[in-house]
Every structure is written in structure tokens, then in C-alpha cells.
Design a binder for this molecule. Structure first.
Ligand code: NOJ
Length: 597
């Protein structure tokens, strides 16, 4: 790995670089004008996703928890993020790692207590970190009191009307009501002993709610207020595209999927391959978000909603962040774009145009708990392919990513992302350069996809392995006992936080420096102009844009690129080279540069 490299220019390169020349202004293509510095925090914030079971364990049982998070919040404050998003910590049987909620107003004993949550929130706020929590409104757990009541009450009851129960088809009702498939594999319907079926777009233990029912709407507004009253700064909305289904639940012959990669470079901002259908992106979801916007607006402090919505195009995505709906929506088309300068340029342009059209920020993201970590995606022969952690998680028998190359590209991708105007999300461990665990024993897997697919799809455990904090401690310091709910690869010692802190050029220090500069230079509220006039270089291998007065240049090609005379390097994702007094940006490297006046 390259955790310990220097970021100072090195001398002695033999290659003939391509040279960037020319004045910027006359031939720049302005895509996005700078906003006023300041404004609502979520327009430019860097938000760090904490996946509670894998961040830090306070109790010693090998599963991360809220006290563990609180004890490590100073790491996040030092890193320089503005906010954290906590994946679910609510009462849950953990059939989908907490995305199966049994009680929306309580903490699961696995993670602590409500008092532990209050302590976490107070400490975070004390450190200047905002806190977003996860809301899972599409489905509950089968252990939720509503679902238990629905099972007990029987067909036709008001208790059943909170979910999507239907009679089956065929003479004896033995066929499912329609042909929908679960995103985790297998049918999307389960039959109960009295003969009715219920819909679950995910696991059989995650029954879908019926959002046409006013009781469901009232309940979730109340849940929002419960956490808002505690002082949370916002909500990440799970399956935001799925709450409302097309009337009559018609058959759908397409493939149902949560995440799709762009198998080819996307054009005009289309993600190309996300499979929609009557279960997703229906017009009716927007009224729900308008009502939630009103709930949040009654509170002080610019509370925010962020949509997890895998929809067909950036234009469809922008509809979730119209002025009276949510505030942010994860930019998954950016996440799924391959390591290709032309494709990235198209997606960045289309993203900014689509979000500008509704006055929202673009919300960049490269990794999360559902996708293959970008360090590993970018180390594949087809760099950036295979984002889908659910059905294409990488196992031992698959192509193994090139770890060093993947990390080098991941650092370049992250510096590119953090140079863009808008908000950005980081997934825990990416600041350490962690790769996916691609050699996990199959018998340790816990993702329901593994079971529901009959052990053909490995699922997301590989990106959920507990973080390494201390290189010489058992379990790399994740837990006071050394226990970890999934094993960490031995090679992770080199990625541990204490192996990187204070080490110039380490991935951790590179992120930290990027966040500090991003804030100081106000890049989050900045502009984007493609630096066409600068680049006597191949647009298919070099991305160059100006944000305020900073040139961000990512070299995705194989030849080095020379910086213009007088360019002052502010930050770089890897060591630069020098030849005859010219600074060279090597392959798979991003630099932030201030140009000579
Ligand atoms: C999206 C979440 O990110 C994922 O982890 C979960 O399995 C599904 N929604 C179902 O809640």
C-alpha cells in the first residue's frame, strides 16, 4: 500500500510529459456558479457515515455500539468532517443489520440505550459535529408490534391495512399476488398461515408498509418529531423511491435491483441500468416528502432530509430535492461511473445542471455500506465496475482487486470528489484507504442476500468489517476484548489509524488535509468551470476544472501531465514528479493547484 508515501515532488522522471498551457478564462466552460459562502450547512457539508456495528465497540462483545462511537468522535472532529450519519441503531432483530426496525423510538440493547444516544448527540454537538439518523419507512421488522398485530388480527382487519396483505392467485390462492421479486433474491411475497400473502421488497422479515394508509403517515411524522425533539440535525431516508407502489400492484417483467452499475459510460446523466418498475419512483412519494419538509421546517437549525433513491436519471433524482421536499439526494450515478475521464466529466456536468435546476446542492458519494468499497472497485481490471455489493459482492473465487492500484485511484477519486462544489459523504474507513474484505469465509456471512440467493450472491459483508484503530492491538483496537463480529484481514495493520496519524502522505493525512483546505478555500460552495483552455491534453484521460481559483486536475491516463509554470501545488493524492523544473502529475493522481496570477 501507499500509505506512507511523500507528497513532495520527486526528481528524475524520464518520460515526456504532455503539457498544460494557455490562459484559463477565455476557454473555460462554466457549468456551475459559486454560491454565497455560508448558507445552510447541508449545501456544502462533508458528512461521515458511521455504520454502528463496525465503527467501534465499547462493550467488548465484538459488535460496535453507541458508547464506542461516542468515545471515538474526537477522531471525526480531528478528521474535519462537518456531520455524521448513523446507520440504524434502533430496536431490531437484525435480520438486515438493523434495516429491519422493530421499534423506531428505542435503541437496540446491542448498541446501548436511549441515554447512550443522548450522550452521543451531546458529545457530537460539543465537538461541532451535526448528527443525521437513519429513517426506514418502506418496511418494518416482522417483530414490530404493528406486524405482530396484523398477523393476529387476520384478513380484512385495520391492523392488516397498515401493510400490503393480499389474497393469492389461483383456485386456492396458492400463487403469489404478483410476480415481483425481492431485491435480496427470491419472491417478494410470503404467505401467512391463514392464506394471505404480504409484500416485502427486501427480506421476508421486512414487510412493506402501505403508505396509502393515513395511520402510517401520521406515525412516521411522529417518529420524525421524536428524534427532532432530541436534537438530531436530519434524517437519511431509506428506500426513498419505494414507499408508494403503482395502484393494483401490476406484474413487472423487468429485473428488480437496488443498485446497478453503469456497464458503459453513461451519457447525459442517465445511470443507464437501474431497473425501475411499479414498485419504485411513483409520483405519490413526493407528497410524503413535502409533508416531512413541513415537519422539519417547524424546527430551528436547518434540519435536513437526505434521500437514498436509486432512480433512473439525474432529472428524476432532482425531483426529490425540489425546494419543498428533501434537501439532499445521494448521487449514485457518480458512484457507479467507471474510472473514465469522459464519463466522469459527463456525469459531473449533468449532476450540477440537474441539481442547479431545482436549487439544490449535488451530494457526491463514492462508498457506503451497500456497495463494494471504491478502493477495491477501482483495483479491478475494469476499473470502477461492480459497485453492487448486494448481488455482486466480491468473494474468494472472483477476480481479486489490485490493492495498491485500487488505493492509488481511490485517493485520486476522493480528492476529485472533495474538490467539487456541493456536499459529500464519506463511508467509515475510506479515510484509512480500507479495501473490501474479499476473502471472507462464506460461513461467516450475515447479509440476507447470501441466504436468499441460495448462497450464490455473497452480499455486503465485505465492506462492513470492523475498523482498525490500533495496529498492534488484538482486533486492531476495535473492541476492548479484541473481539470483532467479522474477522479483519491481517494486512489491515498497515491501515490502522495509529499507523497513519502524523505520517505525511498517508491516506488519513491526505483526507484530513483535503477537508481542511476544502473548508478554508470554500470549495463546497464554490464553482465549476471545465478548464478546457488549459488542457492540450487528452480529454478522455484528464479531468481539469476550476473551483473558485483552485485548479483540480485528475490524471486518469497513463502518461504524466505537466503543470503550468508558476502553479502552486496545494494538495495531491500521490507523490508528484519533477523534470527540468516542470512539475509532473503521474497517472491516477489528482492535484489541487493555485495558478499563478
Ligand atoms: C437500503 C439500505 O442502505 C440497505 O442496507 C438495506 O438493506 C435496504 N435499504 C433495505 O432497508
Amino acid at each position: 500500500m501507499r500509505a506512507h508515501q511523500t507528497t513532495q515532488p520527486e526528481t528524475g522522471s524520464e518520460v515526456t510529459p504532455r503539457t498544460i498551457t494557455g490562459a484559463l478564462a477565455p476557454t473555460a466552460t462554466l457549468v456551475h456558479a459559486a454560491g454565497a459562502p455560508g448558507g445552510e450547512w447541508w449545501r456544502h457539508a462533508v458528512i461521515y457515515q458511521v455504520y454502528p456495528r463496525s465503527f467501534a465497540d465499547g462493550s467488548g462483545d465484538g459488535i460496535g455500539d453507541l458508547p464506542g462511537i461516542t468515545a471515538r468522535l474526537d477522531h471525526l472532529a480531528r478528521l474535519g468532517v462537518d456531520a455524521i450519519w448513523l446507520s440504524p441503531f434502533y430496536r431490531s432483530p437484525q435480520a438486515d443489520a438493523g434495516y429491519d426496525v422493530a421499534d423506531y423510538r428505542d435503541v437496540d440493547p446491542l448498541f446501548g440505550t436511549l441515554a447512550d444516544f443522548d450522550a452521543l448527540l451531546e458529545r457530537a454537538h460539543g465537538l461541532g459535529l451535526r448528527v443525521i439518523v437513519d429513517l426506514v419507512p418502506n418496511h418494518t421488522s416482522d417483530e414490530h408490534v404493528w406486524f405482530q398485530a396484523a398477523l393476529a388480527a387476520g384478513p380484512g382487519s385495520p391492523e392488516r391495512a397498515r401493510y400490503l396483505f393480499r389474497p393469492g392467485k389461483g383456485a386456492d390462492g396458492a400463487e403469489a399476488p404478483n410476480n415481483w421479486r425481492s431485491i435480496f433474491g427470491g419472491p417478494a411475497w410470503t404467505r401467512v398461515p391463514d392464506g394471505e400473502w404480504y409484500l416485502h421488497l427486501f427480506d421476508t422479515r421486512q414487510p412493506d408498509l402501505d403508505w396509502e394508509n393515513p395511520e402510517v403517515r401520521a406515525e412516521f411524522e411522529d417518529v420524525l418529531r421524536f428524534w427532532l425533539d432530541k436534537g438530531v440535525d436530519g434524517f437519511r431516508i431509506d428506500v426513498a423511491r419505494g414507499l408508494v407502489k403503482a395502484a393494483g400492484l401490476p406484474d413487472w417483467h423487468g429485473e428488480v435491483s437496488m443498485i446497478e452499475g453503469t456497464e458503459t459510460a453513461p451519457k447525459n446523466g442517465s445511470t443507464g441500468a437501474v431497473h425501475q418498475g411499479p414498485m419504485f419512483d411513483q409520483e405519490g412519494v413526493h407528497e410524503i416528502y413535502r409533508s416531512w419538509n413541513r415537519v422539519l421546517a417547524a424546527y430551528d437549525g436547518d434540519r435536513a432530509l437526505v434521500a437514498e433513491a436509486w432512480v433512473e436519471s439525474l432529472e428524476r433524482l432532482a425531483r426529490y430535492v425540489r425546494p419543498d421536499e428533501m434537501h439532499q439526494a445521494f448521487n449514485f450515478p457518480f458512484l457507479t461511473t467507471r474510472w473514465d475521464a469522459g464519463a466522469l466529466r459527463r456525469i459531473v456536468t449533468a449532476s450540477l445542471e440537474a441539481s442547479d435546476a431545482v436549487g439544490a446542492p449535488t451530494t457526491w458519494v463514492l462508498s457506503n455500506h451497500d456497495v463494494v468499497r471504491h478502493t477495491s472497485r477501482l483495483g479491478l481490471a475494469e476499473a470502477g465496475s461492480r459497485p453492487n455489493g448486494i448481488v455482486r459482492g466480491i468473494g474468494r473465487d472472483d477476480e481479486q482487486p489490485d490493492e495498491a492500484l485500487g488505493l492509488r485511484r481511490a485517493r485520486a477519486a476522493s480528492l476529485l470528489m472533495l474538490g467539487l462544489p456541493g456536499s459529500a459523504y464519506l463511508y467509515q474507513g475510506e479515510e484509512l484507504g480500507l479495501p473490501e474484505h474479499t476473502a471472507l469465509d462464506d460461513d461467516l456471512r450475515q447479509d440476507p442476500t447470501w441466504w436468499r440467493s441460495g448462497h450464490t450472491e455473497r452480499g455486503r459483508d465485505g465492506c462492513r468489517v470492523p475498523l482498525p484503530w490500533a495496529k498492534d492491538e488484538a482486533g486492531f483496537g476495535f473492541s476492548p476484548t479484541g473481539a470483532t463480529w467479522l474477522p479483519q484481514p491481517a494486512s489491515w495493520a498497515a491501515y490502522a489509524l495509529d499507523a497513519q496519524q502524523g505520517v505525511s502522505g498517508s491516506t488519513y493525512e491526505t483526507y484530513r488535509n483535503a477537508l481542511r483546505l476544502r473548508g478554508k478555500l470554500e470549495l463546497g460552495t464554490g464553482s465549476l468551470a471545465w478548464a478546457d483552455g488549459m488542457a492540450k491534453v487528452d480529454a478522455e484521460s484528464v479531468l481539469a476544472f476550476v473551483n473558485r481559483d483552485v485548479l483540480v486536475l485528475a490524471n486518469l491516463g497513463s502518461d504524466p501531465v505537466a503543470l503550468p509554470d508558476g502553479a502552486k501545488v496545494l494538495h495531491t493524492s500521490a507523490a508528484l514528479n519533477a523534470s527540468d523544473g516542470v512539475t509532473l502529475v503521474p497517472s491516477d493522481t489528482t492535484v489541487w493547484v493555485r495558478l499563478a496570477a
